[in-house]
Write a protein that binds this ligand. Structure first.
Ligand SMILES: Cc1cc2nc3c(=O)[nH]c(=O)nc-3n(C[C@H](O)[C@H](O)[C@H](O)COP(=O)(O)OP(=O)(O)OC[C@H]3O[C@@H](n4cnc5c(N)ncnc54)[C@H](O)[C@@H]3O)c2cc1C
Length: 302
């Protein structure tokens, strides 16, 4: 995708069943639709589905491939770039993606799935809130002038590390294999982030708070805080930065029966709205969100 600003009536974050069903219904209402996200990052991609009405013995990858073809047939466009930020702008929203694109949207559908983003290493649970964090945008500022590490392989980790260079004195990125856009990779190369490629975290060490990361090769990396940033930028960061209301446990996006959030023009669908985590629920909510987002976009662009 080019670096010039583009405008779409409806932008959909997520190319899982919720996002794709939303894209099919929105495109059929003759509005311009862009779907962002990576198909192999959908929870469905590696699943084998046996409980979805009217389909027998179908792989998740086939379902997603078919959904993308259907949506494209109705005019939806696709980009596999992850979104890094969303900001309100005039009569809509401005999105920045990992490949450096800026996209304006009249309406937005968040269908980013759930993040099961724990590292599951020794010390993580005990030190959560005591130096272990899952949100650079929420907690980064607590580490002004200190040493921090970010752990992860994708856009959220790279972007988080770059953000922290403006706050912390020293930023390490521990990554088994870096899987980010060339734009983000160049930004990392030009930054002060110390990238530890091909390395894994074995444990998070500290008595009352985080003191060090123990890497799998035995090295102890002295740090004051560690950010676990697996996958793409997740629900909590994108949503709370915007002011979108979450549920009482602050884990899922709260919507009404129209799949509308508390913010005008922003809808949500699928696992991001909470359990049951099932394709049938995701496509149902995606359908409602797609129709309502398209109608909203038509109203505001009249
Ligand atoms: C192993 C396994 C087996 C399963 N089996 C079944 C089953 O048999 N039956 C069933 O009904 N359900 C099953 N599920 C659950 C089902 O896969 C999910 O409920 C469904 O995929 C949720 O759809 P979704 O569209 O909400 O999210 P997902 O399918 O998870 O899609 C999320 C999308 O959001 C994108 N995304 C995330 N962050 C960003 C960002 N910052 N910018 C851009 N894009 C972003 C991702 O790249 C991805 O494309 C299974 C799940 C797993 C893990």
């Amino acid at each position: 995708m080019s670096a010039a600003t583009q405008h779409y009536d409806v932008v959909i974050l997520g190319t899982g069943p919720a996002g794709l069903q939303a894209a099919i219904h929105a495109s059929r209402k003759k509005v311009s639709v862009l779907v962002l996200g990576k198909e192999n990052k959908s929870s469905l991609f590696n699943a084998h589905v046996e409980n979805f009405c009217c389909l027998f013995n179908v792989t998740g990858a086939d379902m997603i491939g078919n959904g993308r073809k259907q949506a494209a047939g109705f005019g939806a466009k696709f980009s596999d770039a992850d979104v890094l930020s969303i900001t309100p702008k005039d009569n809509g929203l401005e999105l920045k993606t990992e490949d450096g694109a800026t996209i304006d949207a009249s309406a937005l559908i968040i269908a980013t799935g759930t993040h099961r983003n724990r590292l599951n290493v020794k010390g993580e649970k005990e030190l959560t809130g005591k130096g272990v964090s899952y949100c650079v945008d929420c907690d980064g500022y607590f580490y002004k002038g200190q040493k921090v590490a970010v752990v992860g392989n994708e856009s959220a980790a790279a972007d988080g590390a770059l953000t922290l260079t403006k706050i912390a004195a020293e930023v390490h990125l521990v990554s088994e294999r870096l899987d980010v856009s060339t734009t983000l990779k160049s930004e990392l190369d030009a930054s002060t982030v110390k990238v530890h490629l091909g390395r894994k975290v074995k444990a998070i060490r500290g008595d009352k708070e985080v003191e060090a990361l123990e890497l799998s090769d035995g090295e102890m990396m002295a740090i004051n805080g560690v950010f676990i940033e697996q996958g793409a930028k997740g629900l909590l960061q994108l949503a709370t930065n915007l002011g979108i209301q979450l549920d009482d446990e602050m884990r899922y996006i709260r919507t009404d029966k129209q799949q509308a959030t508390n913010m005008p023009g922003i809808f949500a669908a699928g696992d991001v709205c909470g359990p049951p985590w099932q394709v049938a629920k995701a496509v149902g909510e995606g359908c409602v969100a797609g129709i309502n987002a398209a109608d909203y976009a038509k109203r505001v662009t009249k």
